[in-house]
Design a protein around this ligand. Structure first.
Ligand SMILES: *Cc1c(COP(=O)(O)O)cnc(C)c1O
Length: 381
């Protein structure tokens, strides 16, 4: 198919529609909120502990510690794994800024590593090339699929690197059947509202099999304290709200079904866009179960195509327009890593385009997105 007829649906299509999920859990959340209001256990109430147990079980890990957001989760995981001042930690060049930010906040130095051209995930060969002198690596499970963790772990073992996973975009994803936190010493994840498992505000968690790491994270997140008013170490205030735990418990029960809806939507895009010249479709890396946090295609003249989609009221996005090492925020922290440090990520940044995807997106909405995209690519390509 080289052209797609523009279907009858003409309304706007948002990049994400969180209202659909909200409505599906409305009753359960209202009951849970009422329970929390009745008891006034607003911080670290019983729902937080229950969610931690349920999320640990869902990801096959021994421990889960709920924290205030995903960036804190990553920072605390890095610190708890012993990474800090003087340590160089590799991070993929194509990721959300927070991956690198967490490394800086832990006191370590982020080192950008290029991604593979097919999946835009941390490239194990590129990691291997710079591994001498590194102490750790923060692979990012981007767009809903895990980084090639078996190969990354091989490189890490050969060079003695500590592995902490950024699993903010991959709740429910697996590599060779093993979910987040099962490859590295620990994983940090985010429950920002738009993630596959999203709260009604900020929240995050660290998962690990290491009891010492879990305990260290718990201390860091709660003023260095396990027993009230005993502060053996310096920490932060980054605890999970009980109300967020209520939302997350209700949504976790539905996560697998919602991820299946995302996979169905991804397949529909693949069918609709197959054969549209100029549109490069996303693939699933070997060994991966993909949970389609984002559906990222690559197109020529991306900014013009994006403008056409915006004019057609299609909520497309770019994840991410500037590779982390080229952001102003990292100018100091990643000094010496200018343009050319990660050529694959740098080229891809000008081509990537995220299409609307969320549980509950309709076939008609996707047909309209595909038709408008095909039209824009022909016009601008
Ligand atoms: C969302 C995200 C984070 C940060 O999570 P917050 O909860 O927003 O702090 C970190 N890494 C990646 C890859 C993300 O997508």
């Amino acid at each position: 198919m080289t052209t797609v007829d523009v279907p009858a649906v003409t309304g706007p299509v948002p990049l994400v529609d969180l209202g659909i999920q909200r409505d599906r859990v409305a009753g359960e959340v209202a009951e849970g909120f009422a329970r929390v209001l009745a008891t006034t256990a607003f911080v670290q109430g019983p729902d937080v502990g229950a969610f931690e147990e349920e999320f640990a079980a869902a990801t096959g890990r021994a421990h889960c510690v709920g924290v205030g957001n995903g960036t804190d989760a990553l920072e605390f995981a890095l610190r708890a794994c012993g990474l800090g001042p003087g340590d160089a930690v590799a991070v993929p060049a194509n990721t959300f800024l927070a991956s690198a930010e967490a490394i800086v906040r832990a006191g370590a130095r982020p080192v950008p590593v290029d991604v593979d051209d097919e999946h835009l995930l941390l490239d194990p060969a590129a990691l291997d090339a710079v591994a001498e002198g590194l102490r750790g690596v923060l692979p990012v499970h981007l767009f809903g699929q895990m980084a090639p963790m078996a190969a990354i772990r091989d490189v890490a073992e050969r060079h003695g690197l500590v592995v902490v996973e950024d699993a903010a975009q991959s709740q429910g994803a697996t590599h060779r059947g093993v979910p987040m936190g099962g490859w590295g010493t620990a994983a940090g994840t985010s429950f920002y509202p738009g993630k596959n498992l999203g709260a009604y505000g900020d929240a995050g968690a660290v998962t690990t099999d290491d009891a010492g790491v879990a305990r260290a994270v718990r201390l860091l997140a709660n003023h260095g304290s396990e027993v009230k008013y005993e502060h053996p170490v310096l920490g932060f205030n980054s605890r999970m709200d009980t109300l967020q735990a209520v939302v997350l418990r209700a949504k976790l029960r539905r996560l697998a079904a919602w991820n299946a809806e995302r996979a169905e939507a991804a397949q529909r895009y693949a069918d609709l866009l197959a054969g549209v010249p100029g549109v490069r479709l996303p693939g699933v890396a070997p060994g991966n179960e993909h949970v389609w946090h984002l559906y990222v295609v690559r197109v020529p003249a991306r900014d013009a195509v994006l403008a056409d989609l915006a004019a057609a009221r299609i909520g497309a996005g770019v994840h991410y327009p500037v590779p982390v090492h080229l952001t102003g925020a990292m100018a100091g922290a990643m000094a010496g890593s200018g343009p050319g440090a990660a050529p694959v990520a740098e080229r891809a940044a000008g081509e990537i385009l995220s299409l609307p995807i969320f549980p509950g997106i309709t076939a008609a909405q996707q047909e309209r997105v595909a038709a408008e995209l095909a039209r824009a690519v022909v016009r601008r390509g």
